[in-house]
Design a binder for this molecule. Sequence first.
Ligand code: ZN
Length: 421
Amino acid sequence: MLLAILLPLLTAQTNSREAEIKAAVDAYLAKVPAAQRARSNAYFEGGYWLLLVDFIYTIVVMRLLLRTRWSARMRNFAGRITRSRSLQPAAYWIQFIVVVFLLAFPLTVYEAYYREHKYGLLNQTFGPWLREQFIMLAVNIVLGVILLTFLFWVIPRLGKNWWVWSAVVAMLFLAFVALIAPVYIFPLFNKFNKLEDARIKDPILSMARANGIPAAEVYEFDASRQTNRVSANVSGFAGTLRISLNDNLLKRCTLPEIEAVMGHEMGHYVLNHVDKGLIMNGVVMVLGFAFLNWGINFALARWGQQWGIAGITDVAVLPLAIAVLAIYFFVMTPVSNTITRTMEYEADMYGLNASEQPDGEANVDLMLGEYRKLDPGPIEEFIFFDHPSGRTRITAAMRWKAEHPPSANRAEEARTVFSAQ
Ligand SMILES: [Zn+2]
């Protein structure tokens, strides 16, 4: 009897609490001018199509390299350059990556230069942008040489189970790249400095100490060279793990907002997301290589002779391998995104608890909405989002705030994040 009276009361209370949270979320979302919202929606939704376009383009290019026997000819040429069998995969790779770079170049210019400019997200003129494309090509040449030399040395020694061990090699290689990237790759594109400004540094270091993080490892980098996007990240692996803030964030955000971001990044750090990501993506990778094994056997049995490819130990098989993996990873997009998005949400929860700045968090989420759709449907978010949407993140922040009323920050609530355009 008592329950029958209390239950509707309780539900009513939950409902009104949820309604309050939703109202607070809507108030934040309303800070974004309509024109800007439309623009960032168009940008992000266009990205869904680019996913498909890139996939089809990859298949078309790889098919071309196979059917015209271009791949087989590059292998033969590699054989003429060097008699050493262990150097031939490297000689093949350099030809392959340059050809693919050139064939994909028009699409790259559209996607990474023209389109980014159209949406006001790129700060570079064509010259410096192109220079960075060449640096990336050089990095890909070096990394590919290392990976393929090792893979084609080890595959003939593995027999039928080559795919299991190759997946393990691929994963270890990713860990290796993550390890060296902050020291040898990122500085090719940006300058990294230790954060010096005491007004920002001191509260961040205090938060870091409170969360058991070695304090010297906060960096800032000049992302404004390329873009005006606000972002921060945890990069590196084992000995090179570090938290970096970009200069746009430091310029455009208030201290509570920076603290909210740092809390999030510290969450990645403390929750060991780099290691967990490697392991979860490692599982995805092993399944992918099982599919790769099947796909290569299937295709070579039918067209191997026509394409001039001897088998899995023949480096000319590479375009086929890339095509098969492209199919797999295209289909697995929601899985990969969900792995990342889940960790991002965990970092959000950690960040709210560590920074106690739900309003700062909400304002930063709005800024991230400059390049990520703020309010998608649930299925859309599941398939396409590698971070939670603005609505999801602000809802989490407002829910946290509802349970911690003293954390409310009126200045952040009232702050105009975007000047009306
Ligand atoms: Zn994150």
